[in-house]
Design a protein around this ligand. Structure first.
Ligand SMILES: Cc1cc2nc3c(=O)[nH]c(=O)nc-3n(C[C@H](O)[C@H](O)[C@H](O)COP(=O)(O)OP(=O)(O)OC[C@H]3O[C@@H](n4cnc5c(N)ncnc54)[C@H](O)[C@@H]3O)c2cc1C
Length: 415
């Protein structure tokens, strides 16, 4: 087996986070190997709704209280469901959430708004360099509320966004029909977030960034990150090209990060929030200009190259458990009511896992007590949004530059 020793940094995981870290490290003159068991951008970074969220003021999905948990447990709300067998894992996670003050605490927007503010600019810079600009739409996105109660419940969130200078516009069904004529007026109000951008194929964007990384001399290697081990002077991993070692390594394995970190003695309050998608053809000449969240029901319709992608809310279940796409089946009639969806265009339903830490924030920065090891995972519902800014921050932290955003709220030792 060959041993390559001319690599400065091993980046484990070629999702949006790992690829972006690779690019930013490369820009700082470092020689980088990106290691994945698949091609870049084929897991979570492929299957998401492609929304580059600007209003990063509250965490999605997690039950804030045990009362929420029980309403989810009874599977009364289509936006979240859980498998009873997962409860022994969920309870300690929720206890950690409460200990940390919950995700609704002020600490969340204080930490996450600066990342959200930088996210689009960072994507655009990579898109320009990688020739991926055609995937980007700067048309905002929509949350529609079927009930007055649902709409009014979001007032604090909209006020928090306004406090941070993030614009939203409230639209009646009549006003919305001027920009989205095929969305049926089955809702009370819509909220448009004009500062949010979206992409028509997040997997293709990630792949375009990875191609740009390769074109600039970066190595994209097939390998199993579970083989990561400390060696004299750094870290080593086994790849299809042999053993590769480097003084530094980045763990950017999204939902699989704990598999590599726990054997190294690093464990964090972490769960996955599973989600499904399926593409549908629009009926007739119907067009959807931008993604729309049907907030009271809990799914997103996002126009993609492959068709209208219906993504579901959260399923709390074991990461590797078989698919149970009941949420998709439950929301589909409601989705058809909102927008004229035709037949499914893919044979099967896609399942992915949002990687989530107990305060809803990612870990970005050095691993405590493990020289040369850096962590970049736990981006939950915002990983596609935050991949490029995370990549920049990892590279800045590693090369001793002042980070563009304060990294203290993302430090691994906060838990
Ligand atoms: C239904 C759904 C909708 C979403 N919508 C949005 C959205 O609209 N906007 C947004 O910002 N975010 C969204 N997200 C969240 C976002 O997709 C994720 O946070 C993000 O993709 C995580 O990126 P990542 O690079 O950390 O992980 P991934 O993209 O999963 O990459 C991890 C990589 O690690 C590799 N890997 C794993 N194990 C090993 C191993 N042992 N050896 C080698 N390689 C390994 C995998 O092959 C994979 O390529 C959504 C998620 C879901 C599930």
């Amino acid at each position: 087996m060959t041993v390559q020793n001319n690599i400065d940094v091993l980046v484990l995981g070629a999702g949006i986070v790992g690829v972006s870290a690779g690019l930013h490290l490369q820009r700082r003159g470092l020689s980088v190997a990106l290691v994945d068991r698949r091609d870049p951008g084929e897991e979570t970074s492929y299957g998401n709704a492609g929304i580059i969220v600007r209003e990063t003021v509250e965490a999605h999905g997690l039950p804030e209280t045990f009362a929420d948990l029980f309403s989810y447990a009874l599977n009364l709300k289509p936006e979240a469901r859980y498998d009873w067998r997962f409860l022994p894992r969920l309870i300690p996670f929720l206890a950690a959430m409460r200990r940390l003050g919950g995700t609704g605490h002020d600490a969340y927007p204080k930490a996450m708004v600066p990342l959200g503010a930088a996210a689009l600019g960072e994507h655009e810079a990579l898109m320009r360099a990688a020739g991926a600009g055609d995937y980007l739409r700067k048309e905002g996105w929509l949350r529609v509320f079927r009930s007055r109660k649902g709409f009014e419940a979001t007032a604090p969130m909209r006020e928090a966004a306004a406090h941070y200078g993030i614009e939203s516009q409230v639209l009646t069904p009549e006003a919305l029909s001027e920009i989205e004529p095929h969305i049926a007026p089955v809702f009370h109000r819509a909220v448009m977030w004009p500062g949010t951008a979206t992409v028509s194929d997040p997997g293709a964007v990630t792949k375009a960034y990875a191609r740009h990384f390769s074109a600039n001399g970066g190595a994209v290697l097939r390998g199993d990150a579970l083989s990561l081990r400390p060696v004299s002077g750094g870290w080593q991993v086994t790849t299809a090209d042999g053993e590769i070692s480097a003084p530094r390594a980045v763990v950017a394995l999204g939902p699989w990060s704990p598999d590599v970190l726990e054997p190294l003695g690093l464990s964090f309050p972490f769960i996955v929030e599973r989600g499904y998608h399926r593409h549908f053809a629009p009926r007739g000449n119907a067009v959807l200009g931008r993604p729309v969240l049907d907030a009271d029901i809990g799914y997103v319709l996002a126009p993609m190259t492959a068709g209208i992608r219906l993504t579901t809310g959260v399923e709390f279940a074991d990461r590797d458990a078989p698919k149970t796409p009941v949420q998709l089946a439950r929301v589909l009639p409601k989705a058809r009511e909102l927008f004229p969806l035709g037949e499914a265009v893919d044979d099967d339903v896609w399942l992915g896992c949002r990687p989530t830490l107990a305060d809803g924030r990612p870990i970005i920065g050095p691993a405590p007590g493990r020289d040369g090891l850096f962590l970049a995972f736990g981006h939950a519902h915002l990983g596609f949004t935050l991949g490029p800014i995370t990549g920049r921050l990892v590279a800045e932290a590693m090369t001793g530059e002042t980070p563009a955003v304060d990294l203290a709220p993302f430090a691994a030792d906060r838990f």
